[in-house]
Ligand binder design. Sequence first.
Ligand code: PLP
Length: 472
Amino acid sequence: MPATPPASASALPSLDRLLRLPALSTLIDRHGRSHVTRLLRTHLQALREHIGNGQLSAVHLQQAIEGPALVAALDALLAADARLDLQPMFNLTGTVLHTNLGRALLPNAAVQAVTRAMTAPVDLEFDITRGRRGDRDARVQALLCELTGAEAATVVNNNAAAVLLLLNSLANRREVVVSRGELVEIGGAFRIPDVMRSAGARLLEVGTTNRTHPADFASAIGARTALLMEVHASNYAITGFTAKVGTAAMAAIAHEHGLPLVVDLGSGSLCDLAMFGLPHEPTVQETLAAGADLVSFSGDKLLGGPQAGIIAGRADLIARINRNPLKRALRMDKMGLAALEAVLALYREPELLVQRLPTLRTLARAQQDIDAQAQRLLQPMRAALAPGYTLEPALMHSQIGSGAQPQAQLASAGLRITSTRRGGLDRLARQLRQLPQPVLGRIADDALWLDLRCLQPDDEAGFLSQWNALQA
Ligand SMILES: *Cc1c(COP(=O)(O)O)cnc(C)c1O
């Protein structure tokens, strides 16, 4: 209970009177009268609730509506508003392409291309040579054909849109044959059977969860079949007693019946991951060479670009897709196109790719290099940690993320924090998320793991200086 008499709502000054307080004039100059009015209203409402609950004494209310206290309260509300912007974070989860953290980081070339597209008129749909309307996908299509060997290509907002668009364009009111082992759900609302339904296509499941044979496909094909579809097992693995038909054999069956084979590759890499010591993942080029008529994949997974859905393959099928009105609804915006073009252009110089493309550079980082970073950070980080916590360097495994090779483990290194107190790790994880640039690690096996693979050397100093603020 307040020691002094409780405040009464009638003691609250009017909004107009508060807006005239000299103390607020700087805030009004900086943020405008309407924004400050909105914040004041929010603040007065909070005070009214405290009064209603009997939580505020008359003396405290008097202090709360004086200039300095008001300014402090409004500053806090402004800071909360600023937190609604997308905030940079430190991704120390060990998952390189983290969907919740925005997946691929873009190279400088793409950032510059996006800035140009945002700040000046650009020839997005204009043919400068001929002086007339041009095709917005022409540049990106030329690059994709050059890099993948495809006849044609088209791009949309993301790979989910690409799959929806191609099914709707090629299989509306007809059947699509898919193996039961590939009816996947990709985080949240993307499930192959649901997308199929939304696209107006009828799903014909064949085989079993663990084994599907060529004869399963061949015997399922009928008069209503539009195409055969292969979905890359991107976020799971079926192991043990298994059989799958494979792209080349599926293509042979499809072509025997005059049908196209469509492959949803998911991550869809354009370069061989074996060069990072990872298991080989079928590339877009290989999948097309194996006989796929269309391949779809994401722009912001292993490709290392912006959010996009790319479809590459046979020119006649791409033309049908481009004629679908849905293409217009799902098309990419100029910022995404600018970034995608810039990223694809880097693939023309494959020897320099690992240096230039942040996703590949991060995936390629050697354990030794990451471990050396852990050793550098060890002492200063220990110094700022509260008593009761132990921090030590540790070897660990990172993942590619975004469903690429879920079982592949990248040898990595970082720091392992343990706590002698109950709930200590959760408390520390929360404190780390409350830092100016929130730090996200991973709690497992009674430890908080900070995988340093994604901590870029340029960001090390910034990371340390805010780590030092932990104690405060
Ligand atoms: C990730 C993925 C998708 C969805 O791609 P988005 O670009 O996230 O829309 C679809 N299919 C597969 C197999 C995937 O791995």
